[in-house]
Every structure is written in C-alpha cells, then in structure tokens.
Design a binder for this molecule. Structure first.
Ligand code: 8YV
Length: 320
C-alpha cells in the first residue's frame, strides 16, 4: 500500500501532481468549509503526511492519534496552530513556508498602511455609491505617509522587508524586537527603541511579530493610549496579539486615527463584529501572502517538504 497524504484544503492538481505516483493523496474538497475536527482526527490516524493550514489545530490530542505520521507541512510561515513539543515527542517533523512569502506579505502590509492612511477603501465606496457630487479641498483627506515615522513591532524578515518599502517612502524607521538587527540598522537606518518609545513616536505602528506567549495580548488599552492620536495601527501578524475590544474603543474614542487589519482573533471574523462597523478600519480576510505566484510557491514548497521527509531526506524548510 502506498503511504497516504492528507491535505486539509483543495490544492490545484498541478501542485499535487508530483505526489500522485508514489502516494495515496486525499484532499478536503469543500472550499467553503474547513475540515471538521472528527474528519481531521480520522485522516491523521492513518496518514504519513499532512499538508495543513493555520486553521487546523495540530495539538497533542491529534498528534497522539497520528500513529504513522512523519511530517506536517504547514502552508504558512507561522506555526502557532501546531504543538511543537508534542510533535517533537512523537518524532513528527514540522515544516513551514518562510522566505517565499516575505516580499508579497510585505507588499500587502504596506498597501494596508497606505489604504488606511489615504482612505483608499472609503474613497472607493464613496464613488461607487454615487456620493461624489462635487469636489472640495478636503474631500476624503487622509494622512501623509512619506517622511513620517513607522514603528515595526517584530523585525523578522517580513519586518525588514516592510522597512525597505518604508525607506522608499523616506520614512523614519523605528523597530522593537527580541533581538537587535544590525543589518536593518546599518542598511536601512532603522533605530531600535523600547516598546514605550515606539508607541509614543510612531505615526504607523505595524505589527509583524509571531504569536507567542510573549506577544499574545501585547496590545491592550494602555498601548493604544500611549500612541499618538493621529497614529495608525496595522496588524498583518496574528489577531490574538491584540485585544480587539481595546482596539475598537481606541478607534471609537479617537485615541488613534485608524487601523489596517489583515488578521483577527476569530477567523473568519463575523461581519457584525464592532471593528468592522468603523469607517476608519480597513479590514482584509488574512490575505497578506495571497498572490498567485506566492501561494503557488508556498504550496509547491509544502509538497517538496513532504516528499523529502517521506524519502528520508532533509526538508528544505523545517521548523527548528
Ligand atoms: C498563511 C500566514 O499562509 O504565513 C503565515 O503565517 O499567516 C499566511 O501567510 C495563510 O494564512 C494560510 O495558512
């Protein structure tokens, strides 16, 4: 019997083609419904490899169940959906998709910043709804981006790539990170500051940190109150880094000027969520890495990693 691979979302046939000759490949085909937990548990019970998404919880219970599992290839750079310790104990190799998504994610993060500051989405809605009756000097006037200060929280490769975009806009770049980044300091003129200083000085606070015990709930009422009233909050990292109630309050009370959000505590977010009722919020359905080229590269990388592990080779991008 061929070893089996279960993929938790429908991937294009061309992507899975290299697997078909040697493996029994099965995919969850329903595009609008995430794979139910009982199905995932059942499939994990017999699979040698899983290709998973962030919404699939790869926890201790599942790993306990997965007696022949050798590898989980997560279609994301993040892996906060996976219990790494349980995987290690079971000898399951975890792979992610770093690097291939860095530029694309940075592009969209900067786009979100621009959309929030220059009110691009609001203006699009305004014109399409037939509300453009006359021109006035301050019609949909937004905030400038060039020569302003960007504060990047989480200076990994995506953070650094956003900093490069910011440099092109003549921005002053501040960052806060677990460790100093000499390349960003020397190459881009980024300045390492404390979190307090970053919040106080930045016109754009941009979160690009992974979700960890240290970053969960990092942004509360106090952090928003410490920001400039004219500042924008951009999150392209993970929803749970932010207390959404505190963010909603800060936006409603004018404690900050606006937000651009690609991620939420609950995904998909309910369209009645208070954050989505605010005009000064630009919201996206977690699409920062979603260009055709990049998502294809991420899918191909997952397939290559699975094949490498099942052949006994070192995968290209293994999570340490
Ligand atoms: C995911 C992401 O690819 O890479 C990450 O960590 O958040 C996204 O790029 C997307 O959510 C699909 O899992």
């Amino acid at each position: 019997m061929k070893p089996s691979i279960f993929i938790t979302r429908k991937l294009p046939q061309a992507v899975i083609e290299p697997l078909n000759a040697e493996y029994q490949v099965e995919m969850w085909e329903k595009e609008d419904v995430p794979v139910p937990r009982d199905v995932l548990l059942k499939k994990a019970g017999s699979a040698s490899a899983l290709i998973t998404m962030l919404s699939d919880q790869m926890d201790g219970e599942l790993l306990e169940h997965a007696s022949s599992l050798k590898v989980i290839a997560n279609l994301a750079v993040g892996y906060d959906n996976i219990d790494l310790q349980a995987a290690k104990e079971k000898g399951v190799i975890i792979c992610n998709t770093p690097d291939v998504l860095t530029d694309t994610t940075a592009d969209l993060t900067f786009g979100l910043l621009m959309a929030a500051a220059r009110r691009i989405v609001e203006a699009d809605r305004y014109i399409k709804e037939g509300r453009w009756k006359s021109w006035s000097p301050l019609l949909l006037a937004g905030a400038d981006i060039h020569h302003k200060t960007i504060g990047i929280v989480g200076m990994g490769s995506i953070g650094e790539t956003v900093a490069k975009r910011a440099k092109g806009f003549d921005m002053n770049i501040l960052y806060h990170n677990r460790s100093r980044k000499p390349e960003a300091e020397e190459g881009l003129g980024a300045v390492y500051v404390s979190m307090d200083e970053l919040l106080a000085q930045s016109d754009f606070v941009v979160v690009l940190a992974p979700l960890t015990q240290e970053t969960e709930g990092l942004f509360q009422k106090e952090q928003f109150q410490a920001m400039k009233k004219s500042a924008f909050f951009i999150n392209a990292a993970r929803g749970p880094i932010v207390n959404e109630e505190a963010l909603t309050e800060a936006l409603k009370k004018g404690e900050i000027a606006g937000a651009g959000l690609d991620v939420f505590v609950e995904e998909p977010i309910d369209s009645n969520h208070p954050l989505l009722q605010l005009d000064n919020v630009v919201a996206l359905p977690h699409i920062a890495s979603s260009s055709i080229e990049t998502r294809t590269a991420m899918m191909n990388l997952c397939v290559q990693n699975v094949m490498a592990v099942l052949k006994g080779d070192e995968p290209r991008t293994r999570v340490e």
